[in-house]
Design a protein around this ligand. Sequence first.
Ligand code: ADP
Ligand code: MG
Length: 258
Amino acid sequence: MSTAAPEGGTAAISQAGAEVRLSGVNKWFGDHHVLRDINLTVKPGEVVVLLGPSGSGKSTLCRTINRLETIDSGSVQIDGAEIPAEGKALAELRSEVGMVFQSFNLFAHKSVLENVTMGPIKVRGKSKREARELAEALLKKVGVVNQADKLPAQLSGGQQQRVAIARSLAMRPRVMLFDEPTSALDPEMITEVLDTMASLAKEGMTMIVVTHEMGFAREAADRVVFLADGAVVEENTPEEFFTNPQSDRAKDFLGKIL
Ligand code: ADP
Ligand code: MG
């Protein structure tokens, strides 16, 4: 199953991406309608960048995909299967959908290596040796294998975020959600994390990425989906979206950030 990676000489160790389909998804927080009739299909291996003003529902949308948030109506499917409501089936689903946040949330008292081996050992029932081999391959892939025995706090923010990506990948996800993964990083560390994400995209991972890095959106996204007030207002190729936005909301948004 391993094939040559485009760069770095390490094997492609991610799984083939799954399809994600949201149909008629609505969600309220109290009387606040935060997701409005969302219809969005992300094809296997597709990279979708979600853009929109603060509060438009980007994080909530991501969180419905691994059921960190419940929905009030509609459906969310991974490869045609409805997301299970609870129990073992939900735990399995969650391990197929990796999520990387702004804060890295590594276990502070575990080494980098242990952070990556824990999930496969505890959830996937891997032997220590198997988990270690996979973790080392993944740490190599994200460029931090020589930090494996350190504690997270001994690493830079960019290195920690790459460990967080490796930790997610160790669960062999078929979809990766990234919610502002570089927002907490110093500028000089952003590129190394975006490069890691771009190489994952090239390997065929299905990715949904919330980011303010428009360079990444232009280069790595197959499609930009623009949300405002909880609704998909516009979706297009990055080229079209950035050069020829259609809606006033998108024009206004781009006017503020570009
Ligand atoms: P974005 O990620 O685009 O900034 P969010 O998905 O975080 O937007 O939030 C969408 C809206 O839902 C915002 O108005 C936010 O205040 C509200 N919201 C998010 N999480 C909660 C929650 N747990 N309880 C109540 N309101 C929430
Ligand atoms: Mg958010």
